[in-house]
Design a protein. Structure first.
Length: 89
């Protein structure tokens, strides 16, 4: 699996091509289910609404599920800045 609960992840795929959700950052909250064709899925939250497919059609939502294969975890920032500060002479 790509993600685990608590990860921030970038959406890399969607149902449509191109997906309006690609590039969105979401929080991976918990395991949702195993989808028969999409595999492991996560319950996710987003600060900004993403486009999700429901029985009523496409709707905006800030809480939704997404397949693990459609998400890539965002690595954290380095603990220390590797570039040394330069002081002008």
């Amino acid at each position: 699996m790509n993600c685990k609960p608590g990860d921030l992840a970038i959406v890399i795929r969607g149902l449509t091509h191109p997906s309006p959700n690609v590039g969105r950052v979401v929080e991976v909250v918990s395991r949702f289910a195993d989808h028969e064709s999409l595999g492991a899925c996560w319950y996710c939250k987003s600060r900004q609404a993403v486009k999700v497919r429901t029985s009523r059609g496409d709707e905006p939502a800030t809480e939704f599920w997404a397949p693990d294969a459609w998400l890539r975890p965002v690595s954290g920032l380095p603990l220390h800045d590797e570039q040394l500060d330069e002081v002008p002479a």
